[in-house]
Design a protein around this ligand. Structure first.
Ligand SMILES: [Mn+2]
Length: 230
């Protein structure tokens, strides 16, 4: 049976718990980063922390990407060791009482320099522009257009290689899909992600993702999106 895109108050409360698990996990995870730690070790640590905060499972396989590996949006963690100057992308989700959360942050380890710093600002602002349009009656496709046009204007259009967001519920990817193929309109109490990204082969990438309830302006996560250096 197709899941309902519009969530009940009860469903929203559970989803908020799944978001809180990931928020708490991210806080604790930041203590784990040190030079030489591998992507696989970080991913394993995420699983442990998430479960300690009450997740029954991961919502999907965690993505941990260091440096050049950030150029793959769906990177599978490897033995790549963390080095100073790497940008780090973490994309993770918790499952709580059958509902999912989905959260991505990119940050810099020890120092932030070069083109990825500029790319970060482009992605962050594309996300802000898109999330402002999450209103009842908006075309789901338009949310993608807003983010995509801004990234194109800044010269990175060919490096934005996925849609801007998707619904989240008992499945990690549900309706409505926020991409150029979508024909849905947004309605209040749909729960969606906004997650633009830019991916430059052999350099790396930036993705920033938050979940939103259509009709509410604040993201569900309490973590800010300004670039930080760990
Ligand atoms: Mn997502």
């Amino acid at each position: 049976m197709q899941n309902n895109a519009i969530k009940s108050q009860h469903e929203i409360e559970i989803i908020l718990r799944a978001v809180e698990v990931v928020d708490n996990t991210f806080d604790e995870l930041l203590n784990f980063f040190k030079e030489g730690v591998t992507e696989i070790e970080v991913a394993e640590q995420i699983s442990k922390i998430m479960k300690s905060f009450g997740a029954s499972d991961l919502a999907f396989d965690t993505i941990v990407a260091f440096g050049e590996n950030g150029a793959e949006p769906h990177h599978v963690p490897t033995c790549r060791k963390l080095r100073a100057g790497d940008f780090v992308t973490i994309d993770m989700g918790a499952k709580v009482s059958g509902y999912c959360s989905d959260f991505t942050r990119t940050f810099a380890f020890r120092r932030a320099e070069g083109e990825l710093k500029r790319i970060y600002d482009v992605v962050r602002y594309a996300k802000i522009l898109a999330e402002r349009e999450l209103k009842e009656g908006a075309d789901a496709r338009y949310i993608d257009t807003v983010a995509r046009d801004y990234i194109i204007e800044n010269g990175y259009g060919e490096f934005y290689i996925h849609g801007t967001g998707h619904g989240v519920g008992t499945l990690i990817h549900e309706e409505p899909t926020l991409n150029q193929k979508s024909v849905k309109k947004l309605e209040n109490n749909m729960v969606v992600t906004v997650e633009p990204g830019i991916y430059i082969p052999s350099l790396g990438g930036v993705r920033i993702e938050d979940m939103f309830i259509v009709g509410k302006s604040e993201p569900l996560s309490r973590h800010k999106t300004e670039l930080f250096i760990l």
